[in-house]
Write a protein that binds this ligand. Sequence first.
Ligand code: SF4
Length: 99
Amino acid sequence: MTIAVPAVRVEDKLYQNRYLVDAGRPHIKVRPHQSPSPNLLALTRICPAKCYELNATGQVEIAADGCMECGTCRVLCEASGEITWDYPRGGFGVLFKFG
Ligand code: SF4
């Protein structure tokens, strides 16, 4: 018995999505900090859109362009106040392509 393997990779499907940037109004912000907490640091590894990065001086920064609004960072760091999280304004943000 042969099992059919999908010819399309998840990364290729995600690449079909589009993002409309709301210039100057990021919907997620990171609270200024000296060194990141373990949860904040974890965002650099678990964000599926790779929006979080460590800068040269060891703080976590976000570039919200490309955010898929999955809410992972919100669950992990909003309650502690390490990030603020809102949905983008209407018409901005991720535009999912289904199918
Ligand atoms: S909501 Fe999801 S995709 Fe967007 S920045 Fe947070 S973890 Fe990344």
